[in-house]
Write a protein that binds this ligand. Structure first.
Ligand code: KG4
Ligand code: ZN
Length: 340
C-alpha cells in the first residue's frame, strides 16, 4: 500500500510518500520561515496562502522523485488537526479532493499522532508499549502508548508548551523567529552556573508541567543584569538547562511509575541536542532506552503524516467525502486500532 502524506497545520508544507513494503520513499518540505520572519511569528493568513501556492507543486515534485504515477497511490493522508484552521483546510481540501479524483481512500491524521509515530520511521523502531514525551510548539505531554490510537495522557503542560516557552524567551532575548533553534544556538556560549532558574513542579508528585514561570524568571534575570551579549547567552543556557532538566525528571518519573523501559521523544523541541543527550543519559541510568526521530522528523514534516495515515488506512479506516479540519482535537479522543 503506497500512501501520499500532506502536512499543512502551521508554517511548513510537507509532502511524503510511504510504502507499506518499501518504507519511506521520499519526502520534501517547504519552510515558511522567510515569509513570517519579518513579523516575528506565524501570520495565519499568509501561512494559508503559501500552502495554497506550494502544496500541488510539491506533490508533483515528490511523485516525480519517487517515480510514482498517481495510479500507483493507494491512499492519501493529510493533517486534519489540531493547528491553524486556514492552513489545515488547504491540506485537507487538496488531500480529500485528490483522493476523490484518483478514486482512492483518504484519512485525516491527528498532527500529534503523526509526531508520536515518527520514531517508527527509524531503525530500530520502538516496540509498543512505550511512554511518549511530545514536545512541540503547542503541546507538552507525557503519553502512555499501548498501540496506534491507544493513548493515555499521563501529564501535560498547564500553561505554555515547552516550544512556546523557548519561542517566547527567545523573543525577549531579542532572537529572531523561529526562536527555539536560535536560543539553543546562543546557549552554546552560555555559562551554566550564572543563574539558578526553577525546575517547575518537580518538587511535587505528578506528571504535569508548567513553563510560563521560566519565561518570567528569564525576564527578571535580564532586567537585573547588565544587558550584554554574554548575559543573554548565560540566560539562554540556564533557561535551556532548566527546561531540559525538568523534562528529564518527569520522563524518568513516568517510566518509574508505569514500569516502562522505553521512552520515545517527538515534536520540534525533540530536535534539541542538549535534550537528546540528557534524556539518553538519564533514561540509560534507569536501564531504559530512548528512541528519537532524526531531527528533521522531530519538527513538522510530511513523512510522519504519511506513516500515521498508512497505519490507519492499512486497517480499513476511511474518511467520508466531507472535508473536515479540527483546529482543536484531543489525542485521547482518537480511536485505537486493534492491530498495533
Ligand atoms: O513540532 P513543531 O515543528 O511544530 C508544532 O507542532 O508546534 O515544533 C515547533 C517548536 C517551536 O516552538 C520551535 O521553537 C521548537 O519546536 N524547536 C526547538 C528546536 N527546534 C525546534 N526548541 C528547542 N531547540 C531546538 N533545537
Ligand atoms: Zn508539529
Amino acid at each position: 500500500m503506497r500512501i501520499l502524506g500532506i502536512e499543512s497545520s502551521c508554517d511548513e508544507t510537507g509532502v511524503a510518500v510511504y510504502d507499506g513494503r518499501d518504507g519511506l520513499l521520499a519526502h520534501v518540505l517547504h519552510s515558511q520561515v522567510a515569509l513570517h520572519a519579518q513579523y516575528g511569528g506565524v501570520v495565519p493568513e499568509l501561512a494559508s496562502r503559501d500552502h495554497v501556492r506550494k502544496t500541488l507543486p510539491l506533490i508533483r515534485e515528490i511523485l516525480a522523485q519517487c517515480r510514482t504515477r498517481p495510479q500507483q497511490i493507494d491512499g492519501i493522508a493529510y493533517t486534519a488537526g489540531p493547528g491553524l484552521i486556514g492552513a489545515l483546510l488547504v491540506g485537507a481540501s487538496i488531500g480529500r479532493s485528490l483522493a476523490y479524483a484518483w478514486g482512492v481512500p483518504a484519512i485525516g491524521v491527528h498532527h500529534m499522532e503523526g509526531h508520536l509515530l515518527a520514531p517508527m520511521l527509524e531503525d530500530p523502531a520502538p516496540e509498543f508499549p512505550f511512554i511518549a514525551l511530545l514536545v512541540s510548539g503547542g503541546h507538552t505531554q507525557l503519553v502512555r502508548v499501548e498501540g496506534v490510537g491507544r493513548y493515555e495522557i499521563l501529564g501535560e503542560s498547564l500553561d505554555d508548551a515547552a516550544g512556546e516557552a523557548f519561542d517566547k524567551t527567545a523573543k525577549l532575548l531579542g532572537l529572531p523567529y523561529p526562536g527555539g533553534p536560535a536560543l539553543a544556538q546562543l546557549a552554546e556560549q552560555g555559562d551554566p552556573g550564572r543563574f539558578k532558574f526553577p525546575r517547575p513542579m518537580t518538587d511535587r508528585p505528578g506528571l504535569d508541567f508548567s513553563f510560563s514561570g521560566l519565561k518570567t524568571a528569564a525576564l527578571n534575570a535580564l532586567r537585573n543584569s547588565s544587558d550584554d551579549a554574554q548575559t543573554r547567552a548565560d540566560i539562554a543556557r540556564c533557561f535551556q538547562d532548566a527546561v531540559v532538566e525538568t523534562l528529564s525528571i518527569k520522563c524518568c518519573r513516568a517510566l518509574e511509575q508505569t514500569g516502562s523501559a522505553r521512552l520515545i521523544v517527538a515534536g520540534g523541541v525533540g530536535a534539541n541536542r542538549h535534550l537528546r543527550t540528557s534524556l539518553r543519559e538519564a533514561v540509560g541510568r534507569l536501564g531504559g532506552q530512548v528512541f528519537y526521530p532524526r531531527p528533521e522528523f522531530c519538527t513538522d514534516n510530511g513523512a510522519m503524516i504519511a506513516y500515521a495515515g498508512y497505519r490507519r488506512l492499512a486497517v480499513g479506516q476511511r474518511e467520508p467525502l466531507a472535508i473536515t479540519a479540527l483546529p482543536r482535537w484531543t489525542l485521547s479522543g482518537l480511536t485505537g486500532l486493534n492491530l498495533s
